[in-house]
Design a protein around this ligand. Structure first.
Ligand code: C5P
Length: 473
């Protein structure tokens, strides 16, 4: 049945109004990553404002088992955000008409006709770059009440967390651009061209440079001593009355000094790529305190990703929904722990060379017994961000719960392959009774351990030995 986005959003509004009128309780189920926590928070906040009876929970994936568990759930109506692509038939079977999915992942063609699936791709919107689940939830919240436009700020965080800042100089395009501008018009976000250092508002300059791993600058990334030496030599004043200055405090002249020093340090190697990743649009929330990790949109999104990845989703959702007291300290601790874990995993993976096998097109990384399942996406993104993997596809695997193996794949910067990773992962996983999906440039899959060799063979044929075009076999 052909439908427009507006028609679907008004269908959503009618469904929710009916739930509120008839006193039906609503359950929101969302993913644990930044886009999941933001989309879940946006829609939950809008439901609460509308007077709905609702609860929210997170899940690290969606499966037939989860869909079936809804059947015995005491809640009457289910909203699923950032999850459940490919499960429309199962949801129809288990819940009849009492569900809606708000999502942006690629879905099978036939699912686009299901009116309960409100997915970006069904309306010709690129869910990989133009809108994410947070944006879809924002549009749905606006359909409920235009006063929800303040939730646009959280939708900006979701798009940053899902790395949809893929326009020129890390700008937004499509719906994300529109939503970011709504937030800007309301004075909720400031958008500037700046140095993209991690911890712009919170970290001493040398630390910010050392912890910036996208781009990965050989010799500087994760090497605080080298960063300090470089910055001292550049002549920039690193302290102000005894306090370390943070990147957001640099003047334009000082920023240029930093850029020149880095260019000199890399002696021109990958300099263009490094600079194109290092300078871009920043999204600052002026209402958050200075030097708070919530003031910079990307840092906010990292904090949310870390919450989910270390099983503290509730903290992230509380912050998204406006909690700013004790919970902030918790968020800060989570962020520190998460970053420490990332450094540890990356160190082990680069020291234990046997874990990595490379071909011209692909880097396969074995993270078994090192990388926890919930962090495969973070680690595969980081590996793909390293200049030495530029142009390649990265596939990381690790062990999951219940005798499974989790795969996470990414296209690195300037990867020209037209392989669609979402198709690759879905087709491959289905062949071996697993589940897979995602986006063209970032996708995941899960299979049982006994199918590992066969799945690796499949990847060998379809990615490792491919040089260009591909159709999964
Ligand atoms: O797990 P990973 O971070 O590698 O997944 C990349 C993207 O693919 C994410 O957006 C995730 O939600 C999506 N994905 C999916 N279905 C799966 C696995 C991952 O849609 N079975």
């Amino acid at each position: 049945m052909p439908k427009s986005l507006d028609e679907s959003l008004s269908f959503f509004k009618d469904k929710i109004s009916d739930c509120i009128k008839t006193g039906k309780s609503i359950s929101v189920t969302t993913h644990i990553d930044c886009d999941g926590l933001t989309s879940g928070s946006i829609i939950t906040k809008a439901l609460i404002r509308a007077g709905a009876k609702c609860t929210v929970r997170t899940s690290k994936e969606f499966s037939k088992k989860i869909a079936e568990s809804f059947k015995t759930d005491s809640r009457d109506f289910h909203i699923i955000t950032d999850l459940a692509g490919g499960f429309a038939n199962t949801l129809d079977e288990t819940l009849g008409d009492n569900w809606i999915v708000l999502d942006h992942h690629q879905i099978p063609e036939e699912e686009k006709d299901n009116q309960n699936v409100i997915n970006a791709w069904s309306y010709g919107i690129d869910g990989g770059t133009e809108i994410c689940a947070g944006g879809m939830a924002y549009l749905a919240s606006m359909a409920l009440d235009e006063r929800n436009s303040d939730l646009s700020a959280i939708a900006v965080v979701s798009a940053l967390g899902d790395r949809q800042d893929q326009g020129e100089r890390k700008s937004f395009t499509g719906k994300n651009f529109e939503i970011a501008n709504i937030a800007k018009e309301q004075g909720l976000v400031e958008i500037d061209l700046d140095l993209l250092l991690v911890g712009r508002e919170t970290r001493p300059l040398a630390d910010a440079l050392a912890f910036t791993s996208q781009p990965f600058i050989e010799g500087l990334t994760w090497n605080r001593g080298a960063c300090l030496t470089l910055l001292n030599a550049s002549g920039i004043q690193l302290k102000d009355e005894g306090r370390w200055r943070v990147p957001a405090e640099l003047t334009e002249v000082e920023k240029r000094q930093v850029i020149e020093s880095i260019t000199k340090f890399t002696s021109g190697k990958n300099a263009t790529e490094i600079m194109s990743e290092l300078i871009g649009y920043t999204y600052t929330f002026p209402r958050e305190d200075r030097q708070s990790f919530l003031r910079d949109g990307r840092e906010f999104s990292t904090m949310l990703n870390s919450c989910g990845r270390i099983n503290r989703s509730g903290v992230g959702m509380a912050i998204c929904m406006g909690d700013r007291n004790k919970i902030l300290r918790e968020g800060e601790i989570i962020l520190t722990d998460y970053r420490k874990m990332i450094r540890e995993y990356m160190n082990v993976l680069s020291n234990e060379r046997w874990r990595i096998s490379e071909s011209e097109t692909c880097v396969m990384v074995n993270g078994v017994d090192i990388v926890p399942e919930t962090m495969t996406g973070t680690i595969s993104s980081l590996i793909a961000g390293s200049p030495k993997n530029s142009g390649k596809i990265v596939i990381l695997r690790t062990n999951g719960e219940e005798n499974t193996i989790k795969f996470s794949s990414r296209k690195s910067f300037s990867c020209k392959s037209d392989i669609n990773l979402s198709e690759l992962m879905r087709t491959g996983a289905e062949k071996f009774d697993g589940i897979g999906g995602g986006h063209a440039a970032a996708a995941g899959a899960k299979i049982t351990k006994d199918k590992l060799d066969e799945f690796l063979n499949y990847l060998e044929v379809n990615v490792v030995n491919m040089s260009g075009t591909n159709k999964s076999q």
